[in-house]
Write a protein that binds this ligand. Structure first.
Ligand code: 1GP
Length: 241
C-alpha cells in the first residue's frame, strides 16, 4: 500500500493543490500540540510534516503519537536525521540531498535507517531534495555541510531535479530552507514543473497567502509551510477551509 503517495498522485491528476504544515518537534511543546492541530484541522492543510534539523531523541515519536490523537490528516516524517524515524507516522520522505555532494546525506543516513525500516510498516517515499540559496545560510546548509544551488542557475536546478526523477525518485522537493529570505522563485518552480513528471514540493520562506498561491500557480503541487505558522498562528485564519 502506498496510500499517502497515491493520494498525492490523485490530487495532482485532479489539479488539486496540497498544503503541508511542517512541525518541528524541537519547537512544539507537547502540551500546545492539540490546540495547534485543531487550527490545522480547520484549515485547508492536507498533510502534517514532522521534522527538524536537530531534534532530541524520542521527541518525534512523542509528538507524532500526540498529533495522531487529534487529526486524521496524514502525518509524514520529514527527518533531519535517522533519530527522527518512528513507526507511528503514516509515511516517510526518504530524502536524498541530491543538490549536494555530501555522501552522508545522499546515501549514508539512508543505510543507517534500514535496520529500523526493515521491521517497519512506514510508507517510504523516495524524494529528491534540492537546497536552493535564499539570501542567508539555513540550518540545512549548516547541518548537512553542503552548499545550496545558486538561485540564478535555473538550468542547473532543473537538470538536478530531472536527474532525481531519472534515478527513480517519486517526489522532488525544492527547498529554500526554513525561514528563507527568498522563497524558491516562480521561474524555478515553473521550469522544474515543466521538466518533471513526478509531483513537485516547494518549501522555505513562504509566509503569505499570496506567496502560497503564486507557488501553486507556478506549478508547485505541495507547498510546505512551517515558520509562518510558528511565528503567528493567526495565519491559519486566512487559510480556513
Ligand atoms: C523547511 O521547507 C520547509 O524545511 C518550510 O520552511 O519554515 O520557512 O516555512 P519554512
Amino acid at each position: 500500500m502506498k496510500a499517502v503517495y497515491n493520494n498525492i498522485l490523485d490530487s495532482v491528476s485532479k489539479s488539486e493543490k496540497l498544503l503541508a504544515v511542517l512541525i518541528d518537534p524541537d519547537k512544539m511543546a507537547i502540551e500546545m500540540a492539540s490546540d495547534f492541530i485543531h487550527k490545522v484541522n480547520l484549515s485547508v492543510a492536507s498533510h502534517i510534516f514532522i521534522g527538524g534539523s536537530t531534534v532530541d531523541d524520542d521527541a518525534t515519536e512523542t509528538l507524532v503519537l500526540e498529533i495522531k490523537k487529534h487529526t486524521s490528516l496524514p502525518v509524514v516524517l520529514f527527518p533531519g536525521d535517522v533519530t527522527q524515524l518512528t513507526n507511528h507516522a503514516d509515511a516517510l520522505l526518504f530524502l536524498s540531498l541530491i543538490s549536494g555532494t555530501n555522501s552522508e546525506y545522499l546515501i549514508g543516513k539512508h543505510i543507517e535507517a534500514v535496520s529500523m525500516l526493515r521491521s517497519s510498516s512506514l510508507e517510504v517515499i523516495p524524494t529528491g531534495y534540492l537546497l536552493i540559496e535564499n539570501g542567508k545560510q539555513t540550518s540545512v546548509e549548516k547541518v548537512t555541510k553542503t552548499k545550496p544551488l545558486s538561485r540564478q542557475n535555473v538550468q542547473l536546478i532543473v537538470d538536478t531535479a530531472r536527474a532525481g526523477e531519472l534515478l527513480g525518485m517519486q517526489l522532488i522537493y525544492l527547498e529554500a530552507g526554513s525561514g528563507a529570505l527568498h522563497p524558491v522563485s516562480i521561474e524555478i518552480i515553473k521550469q522544474a514543473k515543466q521538466e518533471l513528471n513526478i509531483p513537485l514540493i516547494v518549501g522555505g520562506g513562504i509566509r503569505s497567502k499570496e506567496q502560497l498561491e503564486a507557488a501553486y500557480n507556478a506549478g508547485a503541487d505541495v507547498v510546505v509551510i512551517g515558520t509562518a505558522f510558528e511565528d503567528d498562528e493567526s495565519f491559519f485564519d486566512e487559510l480556513k477551509k
